[in-house]
Design a binder for this molecule. Structure first.
Ligand code: FA5
Length: 347
């Protein structure tokens, strides 16, 4: 068979393979096998050395022509296969925009955070500043500066988690009073602050007591502040929190850091005052302690009690939330049970 005939046969066979190839990998393989250095065309061209000088250019240009034709056929087939692959992947990746979207779960603030922020807003509206305190406190600020020296029997009122002899986790937010008083510049006006935060006590947990709970401390110091200011302020705040028809009572009490001292109770949400297991059959739930700042507490913070007087209070927002929403066990707030918490989703 002449070289031209061999090339002609090779061309026909290769064109057939090219047109039958149905993926890019096979097509590339055909190209390498036919047109590569070890392929049959190169092989035929090598045999040209045996040809006469007249025949050589004729066969050479014929071989080049066939190589060009095959290359072109491969390129054309490649375009067809690439278009087919693109169409197939487009068909596969089609998005059905009518399918329902994935449901996103939306977080919400904890009910206690919601109640605390609401109380903060009431006080901010009355000109109070918000001050942050420390959860890890010193015995000095938690007790001594609150008129509770080391051997004071009233320390038993707040069973304490000590970290060392001098360091503890605070049992109330009252240490923020001392920290704020000693820094306040009275030449710039009265001190009016609240301080919300977590407190800790070695209380036995029950329906109304938790070993970790929250308090919002309040403190007002100025010239001529009286018990009337305290009572008036608490009445306004309680009405805003619970509505005008809920009953409130002030009871004489004792705190070493206030004189005189009171406790404020709100009528029980569950029994309405008749007595039940939630209010321990008293009809009332205690939500805050308060009083006129003790002159010794003022003195220890460098304030002259002859010139300035003040009132302070410590409110329990956990109890406020219980009263508000009829939650009959404080422990629900701390167990992170979503079935409970989801009832208080913000809108
Ligand atoms: C105090 O802690 C005083 N520091 C409050 C105070 C501040 C009085 C300033 C005077 C001036 P008491 O221990 O009563 O007081 O706590 C205050 C409020 O915290 C209580 O009325 C109650 O609402 C809440 N509370 C107390 N113990 C618990 C507890 N174990 N669990 C949940 N709430 C509690």
């Amino acid at each position: 068979m002449s070289l031209q005939t061999q090339l002609e046969v090779l061309k026909e066979e290769t064109l057939l393979k090219i047109n039958q190839s149905d993926d890019l990998k096979t097509l590339n393989q055909i190209r390498v096998e036919t047109l590569g250095k070890k392929g049959p065309i190169t092989e035929v061209l090598r045999g040209m050395k045996d040809l006469s000088a007249e025949e050589r250019p004729v066969v050479g240009s014929f071989a080049n022509e066939i190589r060009d034709q095959l290359n072109q056929a491969i390129e054309e087939r490649k375009e067809v296969l690439e278009a087919e692959a693109m169409n197939a992947s487009l068909a596969q990746e089609t998005i059905d925009v009518t399918l329902p979207g994935e449901q996103m779960t939306r977080g919400t603030r904890h009910i206690l955070s919601q109640v605390m922020e609401e109380i903060e807003d009431i006080f901010v509206g009355m000109g109070y500043q918000i001050v942050e305190g420390y959860e890890v406190e010193s015995d000095h600020y938690n007790f001594e500066r609150m008129n509770l020296p080391k051997d004071h029997p009233a320390r038993d009122m707040q069973d304490t988690f000590y970290i060392s002899d001098e360091i503890l986790i605070r049992t109330h937010t009252s240490p923020v009073q001392a920290r704020t008083m000693e820094k306040h510049d009275f030449s710039k006006g009265a001190l009016r602050m609240i301080s919300p935060g977590k407190v800790f006590r070695r209380d036995t947990d029950d329906a109304t007591h938790s070993h970790q709970f929250h308090q919002i401390e309040g403190l007002v110091i100025d010239k001529n502040i009286t018990m009337g200011d305290l009572k008036g302020t608490l009445e306004v705040v309680m009405k805003k929190m619970f509505g005008a028809d809920r009953k409130i009572r002030l009871r004489p009490s004792y705190f070493p850091f206030t004189e005189p001292s009171v406790e404020v109770d709100v009528s029980c949400f569950k029994c309405g005052g008749k007595g039940c297991n939630v209010c321990k059959h008293t009809g009332w739930i205690e939500i805050l302690g308060a009083g006129m700042v003790h002159p010794d507490v003022l003195k220890m913070s460098g304030i002259d009690p002859e010139e300035y007087t003040g009132f302070a209070f410590g409110l329990g927002p956990d109890r406020v939330a219980m009263l508000r929403y009829g939650v009959n066990d404080i422990r629900n707030f701390y167990q992170n049970d979503l079935r409970f918490l989801n009832q208080f989703k913000e809108q």
